[in-house]
Design a protein around this ligand. Structure first.
Ligand SMILES: Cc1ncc(COP(=O)(O)O)c(C=O)c1O
Length: 393
């Protein structure tokens, strides 16, 4: 279902010029309780304080040695040393997590092939269309759990058709459902990928919402990556947009990891080439901003802002989910994150019905997605009831 989320958001903004009661739950951007974007003052301040030298020159195509070192350290966190002992690691800057996804599709697939995705997902087909690829789906849920049986069966099927397979896992805080895999489920996925040893597996691990997970240790699952065997290349898609609440800067990275040195060695120049031949280079501003926040003292200040908005996002989601539960409004299994999906019978017409009542949300397979990150607590109060009444659920 290829709806244009940016267009729905624009419609909501237009409606808001005429009406005070517009609920714009269409897009994954954090707004504070006063409906202002930029809930991280440390980030806004750092952007404004960048010098000409940190903005104007061309950057290195891959982001440069400092950026690469910093982004790898950021994502792997306290497990960096342990992982680097077991895996070969490299990185390339990309314009947002989107750049990591688009380049991975372009590098590791041939037109007519399929990427492996869950039936409920973010809009990976937008990137697939551009690369002339189809999607091959597994079922995401079995009750409240990840459907491992479908994941295995369907991947087996695709692996018989295609030698090289890109497998996408979006975790934690899955978009659109807010589901987060348990450690056991993540290990289960790794076991299945290891079983496909006659194939070349590219495991695209989209952790755009890494910092918004409310797991005890949000990087623990990364420590299982070294269990992946030599036929698997992992590409971590990092999103600076979500991490820093700086959506228009276009900051991201593709981090390549494998126990197989050749896989990483071969992949790195392909990413650099892909970047040079498409977007040319990730904006200097983004790279320099990231490098600033990789300095220990700045990181501490940033973490303070991040914790604040992270708690608020979770409060909003919990409020929505508990109200929904009370009135019997069904959602997909939710754990944390920016979004939740209300299950409805006709998503394509239901989101239009909601828009008539000035509630802007996005149709997805099986329901309508609400970006709770952009609503205030006040707007969320009573919202599940309104949705239930409008849609007769
Ligand atoms: C699941 C997921 N992955 C990746 C992205 C890419 O974000 P960006 O390109 O802005 O970093 C998004 C953005 O909404 C997302 O929801």
């Amino acid at each position: 279902m290829a709806v244009d989320i940016l267009k729905i958001s624009k419609d909501a903004q237009e409606a808001a010029k005429k009406h005070k009661d517009v609920i714009n739950a269409s897009i994954g951007m954090f707004y504070d309780e006063e409906k202002q974007i930029g809930g991280m003052p440390t980030v806004s301040k750092a952007i404004k304080n960048l010098t000409d030298e940190e903005i104007l020159p061309y950057p290195a195509v891959d982001g440069g040695a400092t950026f690469k070192k910093n982004v790898i350290s950021w994502v792997l966190g306290k497990y960096e040393h342990e992982i680097k002992e077991k895996m070969f690691v490299n990185a390339c800057a990309t314009p947002g997590g989107s750049g990591a996804i688009a380049s991975t599709f372009s590098i590791f697939s041939k037109p007519g092939e399929s990427i492996f995705v869950s039936n409920i997902r973010w809009q990976y087909e937008r990137f697939a269309d551009r690369a002339k690829l189809d999607v091959f789906e597994h079922n995401l849920f079995d009750g409240d759990q990840f459907d491992m049986v479908s994941f295995k069966e369907k991947l087996n099927e695709l692996c018989k058709i295609q030698k090289q397979v890109i497998v996408i896992i979006n975790d934690p805080c899955h978009n659109p459902t807010g589901f987060t895999l348990s450690e056991q489920e993540f290990k289960g996925i790794i076991d299945v990928l290891n079983e496909m040893k006659h194939n070349d597996i590219v495991f695209l691990y989209d952790l755009a919402y890494l910092e918004y997970s409310h797991e005890e240790d949000n990087r623990k699952k990364i420590t299982f990556l070294p269990l992946l065997k030599s036929h698997v290349l992992t590409i971590i898609g990092f999103s600076g947009s979500k991490t820093f609440g700086a959506y228009g800067l276009r900051l991201g990275a593709a981090i390549m990891l494998s126990v197989n040195e050749t896989k990483v060695k071969d992949a790195y120049p392909k990413y650099v080439n892909e970047a040079r031949g498409s977007w040319s280079a990730t904006p200097t501003v983004s790279i320099e901003l990231f490098n600033k926040f990789s300095i220990e003292s700045n990181r501490k200040e940033f973490n303070h802002d991040l914790n604040k908005i992270n708690s608020l996002v979770q409060e909003r989601s919990q409020s929505f989910i508990s109200q929904a539960k009370e009135i019997g409004l069904k959602t997909h299994p939710f754990r944390s994150g920016f979004y939740t999906v209300v299950l409805t019978n006709n998503p394509e017409t239901d989101y239009l019905k909601l828009a008539e009542h000035r509630i802007f949300a996005v149709p997805m397979s099986g329901g309508v997605r609400f970006a709770l990150c952009s609503l205030s607590k006040n707007e969320i109060k009573g919202l599940p009831q309104k949705i239930k009444s409008i849609l007769n659920l």
